[in-house]
Design a protein around this ligand. Sequence first.
Ligand code: SAM
Length: 398
Amino acid sequence: MTDESLLELTQRWHRASALLAACADVLAERPGVEPPGWAARRGWVDFLSGLDAPTVARCEAHGLAGDAAVSGAPADLRALVVEGAEVCRLPALAGAGDGAPTHRVKARKRRQIAAFAAAVADLPARRVVDVGAGHGHLTRHLVEALGVEGLGLEREPAHVDTARALAARSAARFDAVDLFASPPTLGPHDLVVGLHACGALTDRLVVQAAEAGAAVAYASCCLQKRPEAARRPLVTDGPLGEQALPKALLGLGNINIGPRGVEASHAENVAARGQRMALRALLQGRGLELGPGDEMHGINRRRAHDAFADFVAFVLARRGLPAASAAELRHFEAMGHAQHAAARRWSLARRWLGRVIEVQINCDRALYLQRRGYRVALGALWPIAISPRNVGVIARRP
Ligand SMILES: C[S@@+](CC[C@H](N)C(=O)[O-])C[C@H]1O[C@@H](n2cnc3c(N)ncnc32)[C@H](O)[C@@H]1O
């Protein structure tokens, strides 16, 4: 583990915050089929509309900075892209690690657990407290790998039952608890961990661990999952001040980067977005008024990966609407895919800013700990190919 010096972390936080402040107009306007106002005002329309489909796909999967297309971009866009790439280039926090549990643990999760354990191996702890423990795979592994007590805290009773069953021969214990309602009692000899403890849970983990002087290690994800409508920063004397980021922007921090998504390939995710747009067009064609994202209200997003006819049949049935005819399906599928092809290029800048949001928020958390006397490392816990949600913080009191 390498400590990030005060200057490096503060600089990263400051530069990420300044970049988001400079791109407030891009973040404020969700793009549709037509060129967004910011693209016109900034003089980026010709460049973005001139990108061919394979270049758009490459830029979606790998970001703009690595692509030759960026060399032809307007200078101010190129500068922002280069700055974003710089701010988001994170040090690796640990090696691959080994020995993670195999029983009922998927290969990608296993590699995350092994890397996580390697990153915390030298943190002093008598007890691991795992928040949002799920099925307790990380809790079990850390209890064994570090030779400490372990307590997994999880809101879903069914998950806790599974965790207890899997831990029958382990010293790990599990409690069913809503951590927002009942914060855990922590002490300075605890190591508080969260492997993709979503959104507000990680913010609370950081604050509560700091109050107790406990060591902290987490991998960030799903910043938008929180009871409140927006996230207030923990550190407020930077370029964004006390500005709270609304859920719609926090959701950008969950964007898929790299050739693979979390559950599907990039191409499959792109196709699913086209299907959602086609569904939206079909529902609007039926006279429904929809706010942003409303077409999927109450629908598991995985449904958008089904064949279009099955996807639409499911949604219409859920809404109590008559089934679609073959002609209606054909018409709106073609329309949705054409709209999606046009909208993709306008979404590139927000996609790329999504990673900056993710890094900025984790800098905010890390800086909060550093200002309370922690030695802090912020970086990538594992390669993006294992999971793009790889931004982690490891922090201990000296
Ligand atoms: C993305 S899952 C991660 C699970 C596990 N750490 C893993 O990596 O497999 C997040 C977990 O946090 C739990 N969770 C979310 N909010 C919670 C809360 N307020 N109190 C306790 N658990 C919560 C969820 O039920 C879910 O199991």
